[in-house]
Design a protein around this ligand. Structure first.
Ligand code: ZN
Ligand code: ZN
Ligand code: ZN
Ligand code: ZN
Length: 329
C-alpha cells in the first residue's frame, strides 16, 4: 500500500504544494525589502493565535490568521515610523507571541505535544476543514503575489522612487505584511510556525544564485519551494520526524547544491563581458527586465551623455530610454 492511498497523506501533500508555492512568493518580496526575518516574527505571534483557538475551541487556523494579521499590521506600523526603538518593540512583540502562546496553551489544558504539531508541522493532523481554509488563503496569496508583481516589486526595490512615481506605497507595504501573516498560517500545518520563515527565504536565496532578474527568481523560487515541501512530507511518512524539519533541511540541501552551479554561472557571465560581448562594446540590444522607475532630468540619477542620447546611472547600470522600456548601456 502506497502512502498516496491514505487520506491524511493526500491532504498533507496538497497542503505542502500550496505552502511551497505561497511561502517563496511572499518571501521574494520580503528578501527584496531586507525583511527576511519578518516571517519568523510573525510565526511567533501566530502561536498566540493558535493558543487562543485551543482555549476557546474555535478553529486555530482562523484564530491564528487573525492574530498574525494584527501582528503584521503592528510590525508594519512600527517600521513605517522608523524610530530607533523599533527594533526593541519588535523583539518584545515576538517574544510576547511565544510566551503568550505557551501560557494560553497551558491554560487551555493542552499538552506540549499539541503545541509541537503547530511549531514544526505534522502530516497526520491536516483535517479536511483545515485544508479548505489553507487552500483558499494560499490561492489568494499566490494570486496577489503574481498579479500585483510589478507594483509590489517597485515598492520593494526602491520605496522612495515608488512613492515619487505615485504608487500607494504604504498600502502595498501593508499588503505584503498581511500576505506574510496569511502565509504563516497556511504553512503552520506542514512546515510549522518556527520554521516557516526558512521556506520563505531559502528557496529565494537559492534562486538568486542561479538567476538575476526578478521575474525568473520569483518563478524559480516557487518551484524550489514545492520540491522540498513534497519531499519533506514523504520523508516524514517513512521516518517519524516532524515534516518542518525535513522540509527545511531538504531546502537547505538545495541551496548547497546550487552553490557551485551559481558560481559557475557568475564566472561565465564575467568571462563573456571580457570577451567583448559586453553591450557597451558591441552595441547589442539588452532591454532591462523590470523597470518601474521613469528616468528624467529631475529623477536624481546622474545623467551621462552617450552619443546621441543620455544614459542614467543607478545601481551600477547605465540605462537609456528606448521606446517604452530601458536598455542596458
Ligand atoms: Zn530596447
Ligand atoms: Zn532615474
Ligand atoms: Zn547610452
Ligand atoms: Zn534605470
Amino acid at each position: 500500500m502506497s502512502f498516496l492511498d491514505y487520506d491524511f497523506m493526500q491532504r498533507a501533500l496538497i497542503a505542502a504544494v500550496l505552502t511551497g508555492l505561497a511561502a517563496p512568493a511572499v518571501g521574494t518580496y520580503l528578501v527584496q525589502r531586507r525583511l527576511a526575518l519578518m516571517g519568523d516574527g510573525l510565526g511567533h505571534v501566530a502561536l498566540t493565535g493558535v493558543a487562543v483557538g485551543l482555549l476557546t475551541g474555535w478553529a486555530p487556523v482562523w484564530t491564528s490568521v487573525a492574530v498574525a494579521v494584527l501582528g503584521a499590521l503592528a510590525i508594519d506600523a512600527v517600521r513605517a515610523k522608523g524610530r530607533a526603538s523599533a527594533d526593541v518593540a519588535l523583539a518584545m512583540l515576538f517574544y510576547g507571541g511565544i510566551a503568550g502562546g505557551v501560557l494560553i496553551t497551558g491554560l487551555a489544558g493542552s499538552t506540549a505535544a499539541t503545541l509541537n504539531t503547530y511549531l514544526f508541522g505534522s502530516i497526520t493532523t491536516v483535517s479536511s476543514d483545515d485544508l479548505w481554509v489553507v487552500a483558499v488563503l494560499a490561492v489568494v496569496v499566490i494570486a496577489l503575489g503574481v498579479g500585483l508583481a510589478p507594483q509590489l516589486f517597485a515598492v520593494c526595490q526602491d520605496e522612495e522612487f515608488a512613492r515619487v512615481s505615485g504608487l500607494p506605497v504604504r498600502l502595498y507595504s501593508m499588503l505584503i505584511a498581511v500576505m506574510a501573516a496569511v502565509t504563516v498560517t497556511v504553512a503552520m500545518r506542514t512546515v510549522g510556525l518556527l520554521l516557516v520563515s526558512a521556506l520563505m527565504v531559502v528557496p529565494v536565496a537559492t534562486a538568486q544564485q542561479l538567476t538575476r532578474s526578478f521575474r525568473t527568481t520569483f518563478a524559480l523560487a516557487m518551484a524550489l519551494g514545492v520540491v522540498p515541501s513534497l519531499g519533506g512530507v514523504v520523508f516524514s511518512y517513512y521516518v517519524d520526524v516532524a515534516p518542518g524539519a525535513s522540509i527545511v533541511v531538504a531546502s537547505l540541501c538545495g541551496f548547497v547544491l546550487a552553490w557551485p552551479l551559481g558560481s559557475l554561472l557568475r564566472r561565465r557571465r564575467n568571462a563573456r563581458s571580457v570577451n567583448g560581448e559586453d553591450p557597451r562594446v558591441t552595441g547589442a540590444h539588452v532591454p532591462t527586465e523590470q523597470h518601474p522607475h521613469q528616468h528624467d532630468d529631475e529623477c536624481g540619477h546622474p545623467k551621462v551623455e552617450h552619443g546621441d542620447h543620455s544614459d542614467y546611472l543607478h545601481d551600477g547600470h547605465l540605462h537609456a530610454a528606448h521606446g517604452r522600456h530601458y536598455d542596458e548601456h
